[in-house]
Design a protein around this ligand. Structure first.
Ligand code: HEM
Length: 504
């Protein structure tokens, strides 16, 4: 018979978390004063792992009014995301976004509730990305050209130390720009820099503490001063996207679809007589915003980890370069067709994603219906008195589910050296690439990352283009960068400097 997961109070977890922050350092760094690689991730992992030891792989936390269930380890996460895919495919309500205007059926994809609007937009976006060449030669060429622009920008530093963060961010954003707007921006374009700054500020604001408080106590969102702190960048992004959409409308030609916005306008035109259609301008703005929000920071962060691991492990960098020289040479541009012939490079990229573990707790899911998971009963609606008492009880709070991807990517039952950068995790004894089922940085199931194919293409083409032409080093007078991660929804490296030198 199904039973309810053991409950754990949020305050208790916070206390445990702090306790483990203290304990994990000496435990994991062998007594050095500087923190150990991936302290934050390891701490998240340890906190949940410790609680798991006491309460099992599925345990619940009381998070304000909501019940939040944390699912840990390969078997339990696989059951939640794959076997119970539809039952766990909903998203929790996020009142701050409703204040920004994304309500009901106008939530785009990422924050949309599981239902028709989400399904239609996900299907349309995937189809449009494919039409524009996701998985095909045309997009591949655009990505390789952008990788070359990034290489040129690195070369222009003439071997001097620099922080690669913003240049990588510019290049990756440009891939989405060319899909969404049909054009790229120069890296020093002021308008582009403002846009990138807004996306950055929006991500920070919307994943910060104040945003979490406002989401859980929505009545506070009525205080203009408070809500402005969180959603001002989002409002500016909406204004920016509205401007771009109105420019598109002026030159729109149904026979010449230039980009994602044109394709969406065409879809709106096709379904304009259908009163039930969810294709409208508000959803266009939010879906375009989703492509930037979900597609820029994630890939940028992964490439930043990749460059950092290359300077920390120069022997691995040399082996990748040897393979590039053998398979591609120095003149030809890399293509996706090369992946199959480059098992070592492919293994290194997979290991960057596994060990970099950039979205350790994935995005929150919510029960779409009552579900049994690992023998535990998770209700769709939480019938707590508090939930019914609050003003915002118009939707019963479902059970929020945190799928701890980190616990899978670093599951000691699955990986030989879970806490080391070890590309051999993806190689067999004869050096052939091996797929691993527990490799789920893009999550899995109904809500699996929509941009997985594009991201894989970007990671391979950017990484190989950069390493084909450049050698990366720690600047001689700089300290060795710390592998410690900074956590703000994504887990990213601390700022670090790098030297890029043309390969001899
Ligand atoms: C290395 C790069 C990336 C990683 C590691 C990554 C990872 C993820 C993860 C973990 C999720 C949450 C899935 C869930 O809720 O279970 C997600 C969702 C999503 N990602 Fe990605 N992502 C990456 C790149 C991209 C790119 C390039 C795009 C866009 C073109 C994109 C678009 C999306 C969208 C739209 C969703 C929401 C899917 C939905 O709710 O149905 N991602 N991604």
């Amino acid at each position: 018979m199904a039973h309810r997961p053991n409950r754990h109070s949020l305050f208790l977890v916070h206390l445990k978390f702090l306790k483990w922050l203290e304990r994990a350092r000496p435990l994991s760094n062998g007594g050095r004063t500087s923190p150990h690689p991936h302290d934050v991730n390891i701490c998240c992992f340890f906190v949940f792992q410790q609680i798991s030891k006491e309460y099992g792989n599925v345990f619940s936390l009381q998070y304000f009014w909501k019940k939040m269930v944390v699912v840990n380890g390969y078997e339990a996460v696989k059951e939640a995301l794959i076997s119970r895919s539809e039952d766990t495919a909903d998203r929790p309500r996020l009142p701050i976004f409703e204040k920004a205007g994304y309500t009901g059926e106008t939530k785009g994809i990422v924050i949309a509730n599981y239902g028709n609007s989400w399904r239609d937009h996900r299907r349309f976006t995937l189809m449009t990305l494919r039409n524009f060449g996701m998985g095909k030669k045309s997009l591949e060429e655009r990505v390789t050209d952008e990788a070359q622009c990034l290489c040129d920008a690195f070369v222009s530093k003439e071997g001097r130390p620099f922080n690669p963060h913003y240049l990588v961010n510019n290049a990756i954003s440009n891939v989405i720009c060319s899909i969404a707007f049909g054009d790229r921006f120069d890296y020093d374009d002021q308008k582009f820099q403002q846009l990138l700054h807004l996306f950055d500020a929006a991500l920070k604001g919307e994943s910060g503490l104040l945003a979490q408080i406002l989401n859980e106590i929505p009545i506070l969102t009525n205080i203009p001063w408070l809500i402005d702190q969180v959603i001002e960048p989002e409002r500016k992004i909406i204004a920016f996207l509205k401007e771009i959409i109105s420019e598109h409308k002026k030159t729109w030609n149904p026979d010449d679809v230039r980009d994602f916005i044109d394709a969406y306008l065409l879809e709106m035109e096709k379904v304009k007589e259908d009163g039930k259609s969810t294709f409208n301008e508000a959803n266009l703005i939010q879906t375009t915003n989703d492509l930037f929000g979900a597609g820029t920071e994630t890939t940028t962060t992964t490439i930043r980890w990749a460059l950092m691991f290359m300077i920390l492990y120069p022997d691995i960098q040399s082996k990748v370069q040897e393979e590039i020289d053998q398979v591609i040479g120095r003149e030809r541009k890399p293509t996706m067709g090369d992946v199959l012939n480059m098992p070592y490079t492919n293994a290194v990229i997979h290991e960057v994603q596994r060990f970099g573990d950039i979205i350790p707790l994935s995005l929150p899911h919510m029960t779409y219906r009552d579900v049994e998971l690992q023998g535990y009963f998770l209700p769709k609606g939480c019938k707590s008195i508090a939930a019914n008492c609050v003003e915002y009880s118009y939707r019963l709070w479902g059970t929020q589910i945190i799928t701890n991807l980190s616990s899978v990517l670093k599951d000691p039952q699955v990986w030989e050296k879970p806490f080391q950068f070890y590309p051999k995790h993806f190689l067999d004894e004869s050096g052939k690439f091996v797929k691993r089922e527990a490799f789920i940085p893009f999550s899995a199931g109904r809500r699996v990352c929509l941009g997985e194919q594009l991201a894989r293409m970007e990671l391979f083409l950017f990484f190989t283009t950069l390493l084909q032409q450049l050698m990366f080093e720690i600047p001689s007078d700089h300290p060795r960068p710390e592998e410690k991660a900074v956590f703000a929804l994504t887990s990213s490296p601390q700022p670090y400097n790098i030297c890029a030198k043309a390969r001899m």
